[in-house]
Design a protein around this ligand. Sequence first.
Ligand code: ADE
Length: 233
Amino acid sequence: MIGIIGALSEEVDLVCERLIDQTTIEKANYLFHKGKLGEKEVIIVKCDVGKVNAAICTQILIDMFKCERIIFGGVAGALLMNLNQGDVVISSHAVQFDIDLTAFGRRHGELTDKDRLTPADPDLINAATIGFDEMAENMSEPPALMVGTIVSGDSFVSNPDTIKWLQREFGAACTEMEGGAVGFTCHINKIPFVIIRVISDSAGDGAVEQFDTFLSKTSQMLCDLLSRTVSHL
Ligand code: ADE
């Protein structure tokens, strides 16, 4: 079973519409939609915003629905000048940037693990990049793809100083609010994961307006990326 998570309706609704033989199960106020996406058995959930929601849904997918792989799809704010709206970032690693035990001599984002960056699964990264390439082939102006570190925290970033810090501290490509929690939960359960993010905004001045105008435009692309990724597993 493959688990698919998104935070917002715009990020999951279209994929849900593609499910064949769909059944819906409610658990802890979240709706889990089970069915076939192409040839593969999947279960899709909208977790809502933030790391706690993402961690709870990830653990439910693992415990209750026996998911063996988890894919998160959504939008993110760019942390690099050359990433524009519509470009895609696939996680090489994920980290919770707002974990701060620096008072105890740890680095930002570092919990008990030695390595603060959680590696995404190579096979899932590979499936996602193949899926991206297929999608890009059919586009007249294809977006850019970057495989890189994705940072997550419980705040919407709209500040140039924060961008600079996140980029320099973590070597990150984009910022969002769930991936690090999905990565951490998968890591401690030994479940492979990948995060796929479409850039919605610059994470700086004007990020909120950019996010608001872009979100609905990205649904189709996310649906395409997620479906193609699953088809290569
Ligand atoms: N998701 C999309 N854009 C974001 C941003 N700028 N900060 C946090 N999460 C985001």
